[in-house]
Design a protein around this ligand. Structure first.
Ligand code: HBI
Ligand code: FE
Length: 282
């Protein structure tokens, strides 16, 4: 399912050759971005920024202000890293695209977030299948400024390394946790439901749908329930899980998941659109 990265001394791209390091990371080839690339960033940035006021959670918006990504051109990763590393010890690293799971987890466990260096084409503005620079940078990186979320993502990486040693069932359950929190999570603030998941904040359609549509279920976060729930990758989510705080996330993830995986192994997965007795429907 996931593409294997090319492990060469350098990769040849449409725009030239890029060095690859032993960690699978590359140098952000900033000088190779075209005027079109910068315009795509500018358009996506302006569109999402207008939608996120009142929809993204306060922590996300506050982090954006501190990071000050430029609105009119693709950021230099090195500029963002100065602010990010000083704040939480995280750094972003440039990659070609999706990494094998163990490599991905190892980066997270070491407080490195892999960001695809390339940005989508103008005809892909509304949707593309793989994570590009806009999704990774605009969607994922701001919350790395938030200390509790920063710790959660590192703990997730450490948990991923352990799950990798336990086999495909454990990995699948853990992937569901990533999906329903880091990618598609909602949070309950004093003034209402807000978005924190990167898959939502980087999507025009889902920023609106996840909060305003009557169609999807919005359920109180429950670790075991999340780990049993299938997800859709080809449409908006049918279920969102809502946390009360980032403290809730980090406190659930610090536990050893091994007994949980063992217990879940005997249970059927829950369909993406199901509501069960006992679900906290919001
Ligand atoms: N690699 N670069 C990158 N970005 C991801 O989000 C990513 C990945 N590899 C694996 C992966 N995600 C998934 O397996 C998650 O469920 C962990
Ligand atoms: Fe993502």
């Amino acid at each position: 399912m996931l593409e294997q990265p090319r492990r060469l001394e350098s990769v040849q791209t449409e725009r030239g050759s890029i060095p690859v390091y032993a960690t699978g990371t590359v140098e952000q080839p900033w000088a190779q971005y075209t005027a079109t690339d910068h315009t795509v960033w500018q358009q996506l940035y302006a569109r999402q920024q207008a939608l996120l006021v009142g929809r993204a959670c306060d922590a996300f918006l506050a982090a954006q202000e501190k990071l000050r990504m430029p609105a009119d051109h693709i950021p230099h990763f090195s500029d963002l890293n100065q602010i990010l590393t000083a704040a939480t010890g995280w750094q972003i690293v440039a990659v070609e695209g999706l990494l094998p799971e163990l490599d991905f987890f190892t980066h997270l466990a070491n407080r490195r977030f892999p960001v695809s260096w390339w940005i989508r084409r103008p005809d892909q503005i509304d949707y593309l299948e793989e994570p590009d620079l806009f999704h990774d940078l605009f969607g994922h990186v701001p919350l790395l400024m938030e200390p509790l979320f920063a710790d959660y993502l590192q703990a997730y990486g450490q948990g991923g390394i352990k799950a990798h040693g336990l086999g495909p069932d454990a990995l699948m359950q853990l992937a569901r946790l990533y999906w329903y929190t880091v990618e598609f999570g909602l949070i309950r603030q004093a003034d209402g439901l807000r978005i924190y998941g990167a898959g939502i904040v980087s999507s025009k359609g889902e920023s609106i749908y996840s909060l305003e549509s009557a169609a999807p279920n919005r359920l109180g976060f429950d670790l075991e329930r999340v780990m049993r729930t299938r997800y859709r990758i080809d449409s908006f989510q049918q279920t969102y899980f809502v946390i009360d705080s980032f403290e809730q996330l980090i406190s659930t993830t610090l536990a050893d998941f091994a007994p949980l995986y063992a217990r879940l192994a005997g249970q059927d997965p829950i369909p993406a659109d199901a509501v069960l007795d006992g679900d906290a429907v919001l």
